[in-house]
Design a protein. Structure first.
Lengths: 323, 450
């Protein structure tokens, strides 16, 4: 969802490397060598800005490093990692990342699927809806979060107003209480990324043969059944892709919870109630000046992402085999 | 040492000090370098160089030198020198950038501002990377002009290395809404209030009466009380060696007890300082008093706007004794490209007449001098503030500056203070017990000090 800041998370980058390796073997034209020259700029940039920081982060994570005394790094082996795993702030951030990830990703993808399905039919003003759907994605995150902060304000927010006056429920502290604040942060994420995912689903749906729908319609299948038996199976690879991307995004979640804290500090609320791993890493590295510990967090996040993606792929493959 | 840097950094608008003093152009102040072997020794005259030179100044927030016309004035003193600012809005970001530059040894400006929140770190870890102001020409004379505490905070424990010359400082009093106190049927006379607010306990009791009469909070936040009272101890966050010592500090213990008492009595508005809701509350009536370093007057004006003029006032008192919040220095990195010119500029900017201008200027004044001669100058002493009901701010803050107490500062003061005041918000808004909140803060502080 969000890209991580300079603290040195390499996690997002390595994904793109696989594609380039398997080239065609058949031709021995002079163009073959120049091919490497063509792709060289990418790899040079990749080496300088992804691979090197990625390895350097690993090196730094094995040292006690502060930016202010950067010249004096002390080797401490795996102490930073040990510190993390026995650290209540790490586990708190880990749990928050998982719960916010679930509260934001699941509704987001379900909504996106539904919206894409509706937009796939002929309807009046289709282009308008398709553009409108993508607007949140094109909106500045900072601006949007400020609006959400106002909506979720404890005293003057429209959300609490509606709860009290329309539903006769008590007001909720959307900032201070744990679950409400996580729901609010998830709402920002969901709002922002639903349209983007819907667009990807829509593209996937358009590659499904329309005659399948016609055939299903002739057999008397309702739109819901068409969705279940034509759309979903046809979309499976696309769905796996969006789940993987959303998982990575959710693990790196940073901008929304940072901006949702009215003090602008990476606390994730006064009791760290919505501090994610991304925020914790930033706090360790830049607020507390402990680059070694922050690097260890960065690498731990990377491992978590790899494990989560592998789990996704494993589940997807098992399902594919089952059906 | 303070958190103003967080949101808005230095003040955004001009200060009240509706004063006299237009630019007092001051000749090339004192030094016509004749001394023996100072680091700015030079054949090249009082401006450090005779060649046309652009001196870069690394600053954060709004320092006010440019706004108050000092660069233009310097142009008249040293026509060959042009000053260019390189500004980062937030002091925390500025400090990160400065650390990066110091670590790599490149990209440093000719002059780098140093704030009280990280001056201890600069002195302890980077003294060798800054020009030592004990070695410049006229060093002894310059040193004698500053408040000793100002000089000492930027100086190594052995007294040999001084990394910068002082700019402003932040003596504190109490700013209050005289209109709200009047409405509540309470005294709004500064002299009366000074008598009633001599200790924090009296201040809190006064707040309880106000709350009983109006139903409104009295003070903006528990943090306001805490961040002030903590520096009234013999220790704040560090022991005499400058090592973090939070759980044994008398300053922390007393400040925590007063702040949590105020929170539990419900006399605080429960707003996080420098957050948006806090900023907005200045124009409403959510609270009637706030701990008020000199720079806070400018902040209040910026947030409350013209409509607040005459509603605010300053009481000539700080409960619990005089103390300071904030302040900065100007240092010259040894790697600076134009070192002699930079040293000359720093000397000039921190000299008496310029510090007087920084307090009295109508454009961006309100920076209280750290230069003792400037603080004692009649132009500073006689300053009053129209916005703050014509309060004699020069006398009020001058008296406090003369008595201020300075517990040792350390490497992590800013972060430690942020952690403790964040936990105070939990006591105020969530009913967390003070002991629980303190325990949580200590856990977090262990993360900071590592």
């Amino acid at each position: 969802v969000t890209t991580t800041t300079a603290a040195g998370t390499p996690a997002a980058e390595p994904v793109g490397t696989v594609a380039a390796s398997a080239g065609p073997k058949r031709l021995r034209r002079p163009g073959r060598r120049s091919g490497y020259a063509y792709i060289a700029p990418f790899f040079v940039v990749f080496l300088a800005f992804s691979l090197y920081p990625w390895l350097d982060t690993a090196w730094v994570s094995l040292h006690d490093v502060r930016l202010t005394t950067y010249q004096h790094q002390t080797w401490i082996g795996l102490d930073n990692y040990r510190n993390l795993l026995s650290n209540k702030f790490f586990w708190n951030a880990f749990r928050n990342t998982v719960t916010i990830g679930i509260i934001s990703t699941v509704p987001q993808l379900c909504l996106a699927l539904g919206i894409a399905h509706l937009l796939n039919y002929r309807l009046r003003g289709r282009t308008f809806f398709r553009v409108a759907m993508l607007m949140p994605y094109a909106t500045s995150l900072a601006a949007a979060t400020v609006i959400f902060l106002e909506l979720f304000d404890k005293n003057q927010g429209i959300v609490n107003w509606a709860l009290q006056h329309l539903f006769h429920l008590p007001a909720v502290d959307w900032q201070g209480s744990k679950w409400p604040s996580q729901v609010a942060v998830s709402a920002i994420v969901t709002w922002r990324w639903t349209g983007y995912n819907a667009l990807i689903y829509l593209a996937g749906m358009q590659s499904i043969d329309m005659s399948l729908y016609e055939a299903a319609a002739i057999d008397g299948a309702s739109r819901w059944r068409q969705f279940l038996y034509v759309t979903l199976p046809g979309l499976r690879p696309t769905i796996v892709f969006t789940i993987v991307i959303s998982t990575i995004g959710a693990t790196q979640l940073f901008g929304e919870p940072l901006l949702y804290d009215p003090t602008g500090q990476p606390n994730g609320g006064t009791s760290n109630q919505y501090q994610t791993l991304g925020l914790l890493m930033y706090q360790q590295g830049w607020s507390y000046d402990r680059l070694g510990l922050a690097s260890a967090t960065a690498w731990t996040m990377f491992v978590i992402i790899v494990l989560a993606v592998l789990l996704n792929l494993y589940l997807a493959r098992r399902r594919a085999r089952a059906s | 040492m303070h958190t103003r840097s967080r949101a808005t950094a230095r003040m955004t608008s001009g200060i009240a000090a509706a004063c006299v003093g237009l630019l007092a152009v001051a000749g090339c102040s004192s030094d016509s370098s004749s001394a023996s072997s100072p680091s700015d020794a030079a054949s090249s005259g009082p401006c450090g160089t005779t060649k046309p030179t652009t001196v870069t100044m690394g600053l954060f927030g709004t320092f006010g030198f440019k706004e108050n016309g000092l660069y233009d004035a310097y142009k008249k003193v040293c026509p060959n020198i042009t000053v260019k600012e390189d500004v980062v809005e937030q002091s925390a970001d500025y400090w990160t950038r400065l650390k990066t530059r110091l670590a790599s040894g490149s990209g440093l400006d000719d002059v780098q501002a140093i704030e009280i929140g990280f001056v201890a770190d600069v002195v302890q870890n980077h003294a060798s990377q800054f020009v030592n102001f004990n070695d410049v020409s006229d060093a002894a004379k310059i040193k004698s002009e500053f408040y000793p505490w100002k000089w000492q905070q930027a100086t190594s424990a052995d007294g040999k290395d001084t990394v910068g010359l002082g700019t402003d400082t932040g003596p504190e009093a109490i700013c209050y809404r005289s209109d709200l106190l009047k409405q509540a049927g309470m005294s709004s006379n500064p002299a009366d209030l000074a008598k009633q607010w001599s200790s924090w306990q009296d201040f809190i009791d006064f707040g309880k009466q106000y709350k009983a009469k109006t139903g409104h909070a009295f003070v903006d936040s528990a943090a306001s009380i805490f961040s002030t009272a903590v520096y009234q101890g013999n220790e704040a966050y560090n022991n005499a060696e400058g090592q973090p010592d939070v759980d044994k500090s008398d300053g922390v213990e007393n400040a925590w007890s007063y702040a949590t008492q105020a929170a539990q009595d419900g006399i605080t508005a429960g707003l996080s300082q420098f957050s948006d809701p806090w900023n907005k509350a200045f124009s409403g009536g959510a609270f009637a008093a706030i701990a008020c370093p000199t720079w806070m007057m400018g902040y209040i004006q910026g947030q409350a706007g013209p409509a607040g003029a005459g509603k605010w006032s300053v009481a000539p008192v700080l409960p619990g004794g005089a103390t300071n919040w904030g302040g900065s220095w100007l240092g010259v990195p040894t790697a600076a490209k134009n070192k002699p010119a930079a040293i000359a500029l720093v000397k000039w900017l921190s000299a008496k007449d310029q510090q007087v201008t920084m307090w009295t200027s109508k454009a961006q004044g309100g920076h209280f001098p750290s230069n003792r001669l400037a603080a004692e100058d009649p132009r500073v002493k006689d300053a009053t503030s129209a916005y703050f009901s014509n309060a004699p701010v020069g006398k009020i803050f001058g008296a406090i500056a003369a008595e201020m107490k300075f517990p040792p500062i350390g490497l992590y003061d800013t972060q430690i203070q942020n952690t403790l005041t964040t936990q105070l918000t939990n006591v105020e808004t969530k009913g967390t017990s003070p002991d629980q909140a303190f325990g949580d803060a200590m856990d977090q502080i262990a993360q900071i000090t590592g």
